[in-house]
Write a protein that binds this ligand. Structure first.
Ligand code: SF4
Ligand code: SF4
Ligand code: SF4
Length: 305
């Protein structure tokens, strides 16, 4: 029996839903798994069932699954406790692996974030920063692997259930698990003519497509609808291959992160857009757009104008 612990940090909960979305294959895995800690499913208190312990404690486990980015001191301590107690750590989802959407906050310093949230928004009645009983924010949003060693990474927002099942099955069989080092474009069936028809358009404008036929739709970038497929790791389509957003006639927004470690998606996207005759300078807010899911360690507070 493999003991599994799961913890969530700065999250929306979608990664946990993806675990449930594994569906029937999860039933095959369950007899081999014993969940010893999982806040979304079990009432297991971090400081003991009656709050009697002084330090957070997670039971020992063979596999630890962590979701979410590190946004406050409690997230950081929990991540360290997971690392101490779990033999293998799986970081699940784009927040855990790259900071995800919460890391867009790295474009502001904490003081500005509190000002916007508690004082400077038109609909907000100005007040003090909350402080009592809350963990302090970290200086910025961190991905989990910036804080602890991670053994297996499964990206995606949310991650593909098939990959979660694949990683767990590989671990149970003592095999290694790795991600493809190819781009979303490599698995995209759209038609490419290597030349954009129009300049970059507003992202909310609908692409031209034949209902039910994403395979004869023109490439989104060539239609002037910004698609981050050229700089994003493929895999979201699972065994069917066709990327998830393309199937929904939507452009890729980059949630699977860079194609390989050390890649620079911003530079890759500038090259891909220029190669079809588009001007990347037309994209407003390029830093946030190209780093939407991967801002931990990449995005910094913007200089004050
Ligand atoms: S990766 Fe996406 S689905 Fe998972 S916690 Fe982050 S925002 Fe939610
Ligand atoms: S840019 Fe987008 S639409 Fe075009 S081939 Fe790549 S993934 Fe497909
Ligand atoms: S197409 Fe891009 S944004 Fe959509 S699920 Fe796949 S990697 Fe994520």
């Amino acid at each position: 029996m493999v003991r599994v612990a799961e913890e969530w940090f700065a999250v929306c909960g979608g990664c946990e839903v993806s675990i449930l979305d594994i569906g029937e294959p999860l039933l095959d895995l369950l007899p081999s798994l014993e969940f010893v800690h999982m806040p979304v499913l079990m009432d297991h208190k971090l400081f003991g069932q009656t709050g009697e312990k002084k330090h957070m404690e997670i039971p020992e486990a063979d596999v630890g699954i962590v979701t979410g980015s590190i946004r406050n001191q409690e997230n950081k301590e929990l991540a360290e406790e997971m690392r101490r107690k779990c033999k293998i750590i799986i970081s699940l989802g784009s927040c855990a692996n790259f900071g995800g959407i919460p890391a867009l906050g790295n474009m502001y310093n904490n003081g500005d974030i509190f000002d916007i949230a508690y004082r400077k928004t038109a609909s907000t009645e100005a007040g003090d920063n909350p402080s009592q009983g809350l963990p302090a924010l970290t200086d910025r949003v961190y991905s989990v692997n910036e804080v602890i060693k991670v053994d297996v990474s499964i990206p995606g927002c949310p991650p593909t259930p098939e990959w979660i099942a694949g990683a767990l099955t590989a671990l149970l069989q003592g095999k290694s698990f790795s991600l493809p080092e190819r781009s979303v474009c490599d698995d995209c069936p759209t038609v490419r003519e290597k030349k954009a028809k129009v300049a970059i358009r507003r992202p909310l404008q609908a692409p031209e497509f034949t209902p039910g036929r994403y395979d004869n739709m023109r490439c989104m970038n060539e239609q002037g609808i910004l698609c981050l497929g050229p700089a994003t790791r493929t895999g979201c389509g699972g065994s069917e291959k066709t990327p998830r957003c393309i199937k929904a006639y939507m452009p890729c927004r980059g949630c699977f992160g860079p194609i390989r470690a050390g890649a620079n998606p911003m530079v890759d996207m500038m090259g891909a857009l220029s190669s079809v005759g588009l001007d990347p300078k037309q994209i407003e807010d390029r830093m946030a757009t190209f780093n939407r899911f991967i801002g931990a360690g990449r995005l910094r507070p913007m200089p004050t104008r």
